[in-house]
Design a protein around this ligand. Structure first.
Ligand code: ADP
Ligand code: MG
Length: 282
């Protein structure tokens, strides 16, 4: 069974004027069908306004389809009785970790969600420890969240979601506000969740370098999925991506330019190592 399935999803925001009267509709999702399996690592790419966040909000019942359906773990997201099952299965992490902090010390913050689920306190302790271990933040368990760096805060936010034992985590541009080091640590944590814990990852990102770890990329434009495939497949289409106002990883771009200059290099190079090997052979 697919963990997440969308069929012909359409979503329109209602626009209202200053008197609250309906003034028009903005179609943000325009016919998306997709299937995501347990253990998948999906990256979603797309320019600003292409509908990525709107899609993400459909995956844990924050928004409901205008047309079409979304199923999460077999539950229809429009079914009000299933909202909590859905939110337990799919956790969300947003761009700004500050907005997701609740506790005054790290371990309280991470314990918040399982406490709300009514889990007994010994089990909560275990969950807090295991979640902080996975994101490599256990040594900070007694720290004040506001004193941590952006990357550390974001890893605490991820631990808070992890403590609910979700099947899937949707991360909406989790590294956008971070410095390179914070970004690297957050991406390392996300990869561990997928590799070690087999948690399904849906990573929305502007950073092409982060998308190479996915096993599948969806490219969005104007509320539609316009390209999909493995990172190698998608990043082989440099010009098509440019049409959607997207770039490719730096190494991929360099390899593409060298190939256009006549060197014998295959398309879709993703890492420096691959480029070096291709250059040695050419
Ligand atoms: P992305 O996350 O890819 O930047 P969004 O899903 O936020 O895109 O937005 C998709 C489209 O929907 C954009 O045109 C945006 O302006 C519009 N939109 C987003 N949120 C709202 C809202 N609350 N009301 C009206 N339009 C919205
Ligand atoms: Mg967005």
């Amino acid at each position: 069974m697919d963990l997440i399935k969308a069929k012909e999803l359409i979503f329109e925001y209602v626009r209202r004027d200053k008197n609250g009267e309906v003034d028009g509709f903005k179609r943000a999702i325009d016919g998306i069908s997709l299937s995501i399996k347990q253990g998948d690592f999906i990256a979603v790419l797309g320019a600003n306004g292409s509908g990525k966040s709107t899609l993400a909000k459909h995956l844990n019942s924050l928004l409901h389809p205008t047309e079409g359906v979304v199923f999460v773990d077999g539950n229809d997201t429009a079914d009000a009785d299933k909202v909590w099952d859905i939110r337990k299965a799919v956790g969300m992490v947003f761009q700004n970790p500050e907005n997701q902090m609740i506790g005054t010390i790290v371990e309280e913050d991470v314990a918040f969600a399982p406490e709300n689920l009514g889990i007994e306190s010994d089990r909560i302790k275990e969950r807090v420890k295991e979640s902080l271990d996975i994101v490599e933040m256990y040594e900070y368990r007694r720290s004040t969240p506001s004193k941590l760096s952006g990357g550390q805060k974001q890893r605490i936010a991820i631990a808070g979601v992890l403590a609910m034992h979700p099947k899937c985590i949707v991360l909406d541009e989790p590294t956008a506000m971070l410095d390179p080091e914070g970004r690297r640590d957050v991406i390392r944590a996300i990869r561990a969740l997928n590799d070690v814990e087999n948690i399904t990852i849906i990573l929305i990102t502007h950073n092409m370098e982060e998308a190479i770890y996915a096993n599948r990329i969806y490219v969005m434009d104007s509320g539609r999925i316009v390209m999909q495939g493995t990172p190698r497949e998608v990043f082989s289409h440099v010009e098509e991506l440019e049409q959607y106002r997207l770039s490719v990883p730096q190494v991929t771009r360099l390899a593409y330019d060298l190939r256009n200059a006549g060197l014998d290099i295959p398309p879709g190079i993703l890492t420096r190592k691959e480029l070096c090997e291709a250059l040695c052979r050419s």
